[in-house]
Design a protein around this ligand. Structure first.
Ligand code: HEM
Length: 284
């Protein structure tokens, strides 16, 4: 019976997401400057005051959720958050679709935190359960076996990631591209595999890795200047709004047009080959 319910639930979910994707194709985008809905934090580019976390506040491995707490969009102490409320706030802050904002908090409740989606609350640090959504070879954190506190940005990796940007916007500002993201992910996976004795990264966590990092290209448009603020300070830049302008927000189906190519381009083998070639050239 449960399996039948699960099949029905998944078919309903993916139909809903595809429906929203279709609506986005036919309706005009939200105008620039009007992506964040009126009456919600961030409307007109005005984000509530940024206050970095204090001793005792709860933060996690997700820079986007930490930024919401640092602006008081989620509770500033990062505690007693309702799953449903988090989904609603992700939708208005970042313009993800209602399907995404239902599915991910639901997954976090059931599979990571192991709590009731409708009735329970959680603290941000509970999301850091290793190999729930959190995984090895992240781009913004050291592996949890080497750094059990996953709440703080790992400055060295973020700086290296942003230094990989090869794209340019129309004003010449640096942009991170799919290729750049795949190249740095290849390095992180190969390096972490070599020095973390407890390293694991199965298929599902490779996909989570590419999904999380692909938000840097979709929601943040690959803009290095914005990403510096978001990833290093866990703060939303003044006047920032989501780069996704679809009326229904970013759906899973549309998101996968970025996530899948990024994942397919990641190659630890290629990275190791290029590294060996560079070292051989140095020795000559
Ligand atoms: C319910 C919603 C969400 C949950 C439960 C969640 C959870 C997580 C977790 C556990 C990580 C750590 C993964 C790792 O080990 O690298 C993570 C990373 C990340 N998330 Fe989220 N997240 C959510 C929403 C979002 C949203 C809305 C965005 C973008 C606007 C976002 C952007 C990111 C980014 C950029 C990373 C860093 C990836 C990396 O270091 O490689 N997340 N998220």
């Amino acid at each position: 019976m449960f399996i039948l319910f699960k099949i029905f639930h998944d078919i309903a979910f993916f139909s809903w997401d595809l429906g929203l994707t279709f609506v986005n194709l036919v309706l005009p985008n939200r105008p620039v400057g009007k992506v964040t809905p009126e009456g919600h934090p961030g409307y007109g580019g005005k984000w509530p005051e940024y206050i970095p976390p204090k001793e005792g506040d709860s933060r996690c491995s997700c820079p986007a959720l930490n930024a919401m707490a640092n602006h008081g969009i989620l509770p500033r102490d990062g505690k007693n958050i309702q799953f449903k409320e988090m989904g609603r706030l992700i939708r208005t802050t970042y313009n993800f679709s209602s399907s995404f904002c239902y599915f991910v908090p639901h997954y976090a409740a059931e599979k990571v935190v192991k709590k009731d989606y409708n009735n329970d609350t959680f603290n941000l640090d509970e999301l850091d359960h290793h190999n729930g959504i959190e995984h090895d070879a992240s781009l913004c954190r050291e592996d949890s076996a080497l750094c059990p506190d996953q709440s703080k940005p790992h400055v060295e990796y973020i700086t290296q990631l942003l230094a990989h940007a090869t794209g340019k916007d129309k004003d010449g500002n640096p942009l991170l591209t799919m290729k750049d993201l795949a190249k740095y992910s290849s390095k992180r996976r190969a390096d972490a595999r070599s020095y973390n004795k407890k390293f694991t990264l199965g298929f599902i966590h490779r996909m989570f890795g590419s999904s999380n990092s692909s938000t840097m290209l979709t929601i943040f448009g690959g803009r290095v200047k914005d990403l510096e603020t978001v990833l290093l300070e866990e703060r939303l830049p003044e006047n920032w709004e989501s780069r996704v302008r679809g009326k229904m927000g970013l759906t899973f189906a549309a998101f996968n047009l970025t996530v899948t190519p990024v994942e397919l381009m990641i190659s630890e083998k290629k990275y190791l080959k290029e590294k060996a070639a560079k070292e051989a050239n140095k020795d000559d």
